[in-house]
Design a protein around this ligand. Sequence first.
Ligand code: GLA
Length: 701
Amino acid sequence: MSIFTIPERKAWVLRTNHADYAIGVDESGALQHLYWGEPLNLLDEYPSTAGQHAWIWEPEEGNSREECMPWGKRSFAEPGLKVEFADRTRDLVLTFDGAGIEGDTLRIALKDVLKSLQVTVSYRIYDEFDVIERSVEVTNTGEGPVNIEQVMSAIWHLPVYPSYRITYLTGHWGAETQLRREMLQEGKKVIEARRGITGHNNNPFFAVDFGDTTEEYGLVYFGGLAFSGHWKIVAERTPYQTLQIAAGIHDFDFRWLLEAGETFVSPVSVGGFTTKGFGDASHKLHGYQQKHVLRNSGQLRKVLYNSWEATSFDVNEENQKQLAEKAARLGVERFVVDDGWFGKRNDDKAGLGDWYVNKTKFPNGLQPLIDDVTSLGMDFGIWVEPEMVNPDSDLYRQHPDWVYHFTDRPRTEGRNQLVLNLAREDVQAFVYNAVDELLSTHAISFIKWDMNRYFSEPGWPGAPDGRDREIWVRHVNALYDIWRRLQEKHPHVQFESCAGGGGRVDMGIMRFADQFWTSDNTDALDRLRIQWGYSHAYTAKSMVCWVTEPVNYMNGRRIPLKFRFHCAMMGTLGIGMNLNHLTEQDMVEAAGYIAQYKAIRPIVQEGLCYRLSPPEQSDLTLVQYVGRDGQEAVVFVFRHAQQFGHPALPVRLRGLEPFIPYRNEETGEVRSGQGWMSRGILLSLTGDYDSAMIRLVQVQD
Ligand code: GLA
């Protein structure tokens, strides 16, 4: 597929395998959105405008569908770009200034009609996934400074339609990625984070349909923002039945100073289109992430053990060795020591910032434990939280000015800690060096990088003039840069992104992260909902799921080992329980699940995920994964609580080759793919928290 120009018109079509996206320059020189949807056959079928009209009180530009939506003239919609020039002018009118196609990327240059400001809008297409990456670059080509007050990575215009429905992810700590779906009325639906990180409350993902789409059928426009800081996505429906979705860095408390000759580059916003329902939208996003975004995406993720829920801050050489020995017996491939191994870290009140090994807990350093873990055949991983400092730490005593704060005002602590100011180069150097030193002096192959509070008092005393509100972006860019440099120097080390569970899950950090800690909530019933929502936006390979204690601390609920394992086997499997609590019989059972997981993990981590029955709709949750070659499928089935003696109803499978026979590996039953899909699968689950994993394998002649 390709990007092509429509002859005799200044217009371009971005054509992917199943979608067209068309833009063009109007008579005034503005870059207008023309079309987004199924591929059109004839070049003259692309409209010359995307349907804007002038209404009384609502001029054309007020209802405009400009691709970049500069704030100027009579433009009233959520702006894509708002600037203030040195002479205090706050009016921006962008006109076409050239275009270039390079491979799969289209770049359109725009400039202000009078002032020296250049804006380049970029589109990169991913044919196979019907996905477009958009971003903007703003260059100050003049003499004086320009302040950017708002810059969106993309404005996505949808076709004019009488009804729109948005799907998004919301929640809080311990309840991340809860799926919500609601009709959009006139006005704005804003999902955002103004907390310094991606956040638990909203996730930078959206999907919009016309109100009638299902998992299997219907149009979906979907996408997200690849940024891990201050962000917003605004779905704005006008009384004229238009809908635009602005996605970018949050304009709240944001300002970026662009000196003469400087360029600001926005993060990427991703947008995609399908006619085949929410399921296919997820397949496209997952495929795009697996192939183009997720770090080390070609490698299968290892089964890890993490000691946090077992030993909390009380880690020491002896108890970790004891857990490691048991973890290895289970078939675990990576052993991770969580919080508590450094500084004076005996609880969450002290130690962050002092990244040296605690000699009381590890008298001979970490090496004896690492030797033990590696001789047991496992990788060694470790927890760090380098963007943070406890006031009770040597680092803070030496550098109290290294945190975000306003001069002579109180500094609000969260979990007894303050956020280091990563906009400062000396702080960046400290953070890089601390982790580099750790990795250079130990055989560590995995880092769980945590971040356990939101920002407050975001002041940067001593900032260069006019730059103090840039911290929202500078922090994130500095973090990406530190990860990039660490990964260049230590390429074998894998990184897990964590922020009190799933507070930093997005496609921005995903370029540097091998996986995400999904949630601190490991209650398997709650997890079904968290993971269900997560699957709408992110691939299962990135989703780390632990099996923890039988009675979970979150709700005090008791759930059988089998159910807990099956739930965690739907992503990247981890074990988080205290293995000393397991009986010999539990150990054998757990080892059996881990062996099963290893056999099916390519299907789960790299296959297509079909959501068959949502956790909130009935007492059954069903999720199916099908290998990309269609040869094998795994179905996870969960019965939450049987009532009134009702048997579980048959569930239709999806994604199988209709004419090829598949065998149920457990029962030996063989049916055609169509048979499994149309007749459905009968489940014999009873009582509370019953579950099953069903493997279907193509029967070869
Ligand atoms: C956060 C993480 C947990 C654990 C603790 C350690 O809450 O999400 O998994 O690492 O910090 O303090």
